[in-house]
Design a protein around this ligand. Structure first.
Ligand SMILES: [Zn+2]
Length: 323
């Protein structure tokens, strides 16, 4: 949990270490970015650095009594709040407010981390706003969320915002090869399909994922407009598998993109293990037709993320892909 061990977030880490060097610590920060890019780990690393008894430069030593407590989750001045069920509730924030009336117990700083702050209901949000408006001495509050638009503008405006970008695919690939022992091809496709979320890539069961991915690619490659029933059946099956729908669409996106790349820039193909199928699929359609297919998948992704009926969105996408 030291700054040095956070992968692919050089900009936020540089900002935070400079802030520590200047000893000018904002009382409230908002870390934004998709899940699995290191927001919570960085918040913990910051708390650890602020309270470390023998810091190395501005980074935590990882060895002292205070660091050990942070690592084991037992530091009394590191308070983490996360959704209980779907929401962060008012009772959780009330309990926090009571704790904040007292000075930090052990450390120099009390660090409050509110994970998935977008899960705060309106009541909880307003209670947090009160804390941000009158920040207790020696307390740093760090909120994490996917994007600022998920929060009350009044909360956002009180926080120093730090954006965490998706981690570059090459970096995720490297970690998957080194830590999980995956071969480069599997690691690359997994990195691309998890869109720069290292946390997500690391949590995937690689064997199950490979079987799922192979099945998906083989189905897309075998479909054709000549028999429309299997095309609709495929759309229906995708729509039913709600938990994996976003991943499936991303996989289909890399597939149609690869078929397009095969015509214009084959060295950029991602699913190289399906080269024969990609080459075959790229023979018929023109570049413009393939661009239209990419547009069709993108439109379905957008529609579904905006809560359209998945089945209808997928049927339209399939018709546009296979016409
Ligand atoms: Zn330490």
């Amino acid at each position: 949990m030291k700054f040095e061990s956070i992968i692919g977030q050089e900009r936020p880490i540089r900002f935070l270490t400079q802030m520590l060097q200047k000893r000018s610590i904002p009382h409230a920060m908002l870390f934004t970015g998709i899940d699995g890019v290191g927001k919570q780990t960085t918040a913990n690393a910051l708390g650890m650095a602020l309270n470390c008894l023998s810091p190395v430069g501005v980074s935590a030593c990882g060895e002292c009594h205070s660091c050990h407590k942070v690592i084991s989750g037992a530091h009394p001045d590191m308070i983490t709040i996360k959704p209980e069920g779907a929401f962060i509730k008012i009772d959780q924030v009330r309990a926090l407010s009571r704790q904040l009336r007292f000075a930090p117990l052990e450390g120099n700083w009390r660090v409050v981390i509110i994970n998935d702050a977008q899960a705060m209901n309106l009541e909880a949000s307003n209670a947090i706003l009160k804390i941000l408006e009158e920040p207790p001495k020696g307390t740093v509050t760090i909120l994490t969320a996917s994007q600022t638009t998920d929060l009350l503008p009044t909360i956002v405006s009180r926080c120093q915002q730090i954006a965490f970008r998706p981690i570059p695919y090459e970096k995720v690939t490297e970690v998957l090869v080194e830590l999980q022992g995956l071969d480069k091809q599997t690691a690359t496709t997994l990195a691309v399909s998890t869109k720069g979320s290292l946390g997500k890539a690391l949590s995937v069961d690689e064997e199950k994922w490979t079987i799922w991915r192979t099945g998906l690619v083989e189905q897309i490659a075998s479909l054709s407009i000549k028999s429309i029933q299997p095309v609709f059946a495929f759309a229906d099956a995708l729509a039913r598998d709600k938990d994996r729908l976003a991943d499936a669409l991303e996989m289909i996106m890399t597939w149609v993109r690869d078929v397009l790349m095969c015509k214009v820039s084959p060295e950029r193909i991602i699913n190289k293990d399906f080269m024969t199928k990609i080459e075959y699929a790229s023979q018929g359609p023109s570049v413009n037709e393939l661009l239209e297919k990419v547009g069709a998948v993108h439109a379905a992704q957008t529609a579904i993320s905006q809560n359209s009926n998945p089945r209808l969105a997928l049927e339209v996408m399939m018709m546009r892909i296979f016409r």
